[in-house]
Design a protein around this ligand. Structure first.
Ligand code: KQY
Length: 371
């Protein structure tokens, strides 16, 4: 795999929006028993549903460990590719490559991954296999790679409109466990250089109790250039209210890279979702892994959807807000099917459908070799 020594912005490369055409999608088969209750059995079933929904309109590749390879191959339909690859867990969004394009070819970015905060406030140790995945996948797809491994970043902490604007949160990118030696201005410059952007919109906060230090992909997402959905509650007694209100104020007072005022569509959140004692009992404990406690609030949000070529694959929580959220996304994505998946077993791991996926932007077949 060729490592490119220049910066994407110098080469005319940028991160396309998720709603732009994809070549495919990568996921990682879940198995660790301290992330996924009862040996990850229910999580694997939910992942299979997500993979199958995405594979209706784009190529899906699932990475599975040697222990789970046969099981993944058996559980997944034959048109989904399964490759054996080791990882520490299953968060493809965060450590598979972020792909950038110049409109003709795509290249991957290898960020540094330290399990959402390393030894400061990270969520597991070690994370070395996760951190190798971006390089392995650039090799697998025969894509040249920009090596940003001096800079800690997860894919779930950024969204791009594909037209020069990046969304992120201060709570995450300025957290002590990621790049403590860089100022906000220096971090913004890195985002612009690697993602080919001109403008970064900094939200202060994300979803309450989101253990990623509040990734943007759980609170706010572009639905088209100049328009976003925002996780919202009208309940002023909910700690989420102030977090969402702060985002709204920032977004309503922001323009994007093209000078457009941002239009905000509120996506009402489900009622607080908490983990049960029975679910906690099904989670193994491990040194360094914060153990969930019964009653702990999980970071449930409908914003954590994946936009495939033909669909929006969204989480459901068996909540009265499920159907209004589905209807809102159907209105915002009139050309895509909305596919809801009951996602509690993914949420228990600490993320949701967007967090377990990583899109590969479209590239033409004759240009699929490394340039
Ligand atoms: O991107 C994510 N939301 C991943 C969270 C991982 C948490 C590990 N338990």
């Amino acid at each position: 795999m060729k490592v490119i020594e220049t910066l994407p912005s110098e080469d005319g490369f940028y991160m396309p929006a998720e709603f732009s055409p994809h070549y495919g999608c990568i996921l990682i088969f879940p198995e660790r028993s301290d992330s996924w209750q009862y040996g990850a059995y229910a999580a694997r079933k939910a992942f299979v549903q997500v993979c199958t929904a995405i594979a209706r309109s784009e190529k899906v590749t699932v990475c599975a460990s040697s222990r789970q390879y046969e099981n993944a191959r058996r559980m997944l339909p034959s048109h989904i590719r399964v490759v054996e690859m080791s990882s520490n867990d299953s968060w493809a969004r965060d450590y598979c490559p972020t792909f950038v394009t110049n409109g003709r070819v795509i290249r991957g970015i290898n960020w540094s991954f330290n399990a959402w905060g390393g030894l400061t406030d990270g969520l597991y140790f070690p994370w070395d296999k996760d951190d190798r995945m971006a390089r392995k996948l650039c090799d697998l797809y025969d894509k040249s790679m920009y090596d940003a491994s001096g800079f800690v970043l997860e894919g779930g902490s950024i969204h791009s409109d594909g037209e020069g604007t990046i969304l992120t949160t201060e709570a995450c990118l300025l957290s002590a466990g990621r790049n403590p030696d860089l100022t906000k201005e220096q971090i913004e410059e890195k985002l612009k250089q690697y993602l080919g952007a001109e403008k970064v919109i900094w939200l202060e906060r994300g979803i309450y109790n989101d253990e990623t230090n509040e990734h943007v992909d759980n609170i706010c997402a572009f639905v088209k250039p100049g328009e976003v959905v925002l996780g919202w509650t009208d309940d002023k007694s909910d700690p989420q209210y102030e977090l969402s209100r702060s985002c709204l104020e920032i977004l309503e007072n922001s323009t994007d890279a093209k000078g457009r005022k941002i239009r905000v569509h509120k996506l009402r959140l489900p009622k607080p979702v908490t983990i049960t004692a029975e679910e906690c009992a099904g989670l193994d404990t491990m040194d360094f892994q914060p153990t969930r406690t019964p009653g702990e609030r999980l970071a449930a949000s409908y914003v954590n959807f994946y936009i495939s070529n033909g669909a929006v694959v969204m989480p459901f929580f068996n909540d009265p807000a499920d159907e209004p959220a589905r209807a809102k996304l159907a209105e915002l994505f009139p050309d895509r099917e909305i596919i809801p998946i009951y996602a509690r077993d993914i949420l228990i791991g600490g993320g949701n459908i967007h967090c377990i996926t990583q899109q590969i932007p479209a590239f033409s077949a004759e240009e699929s070799q490394s340039p």
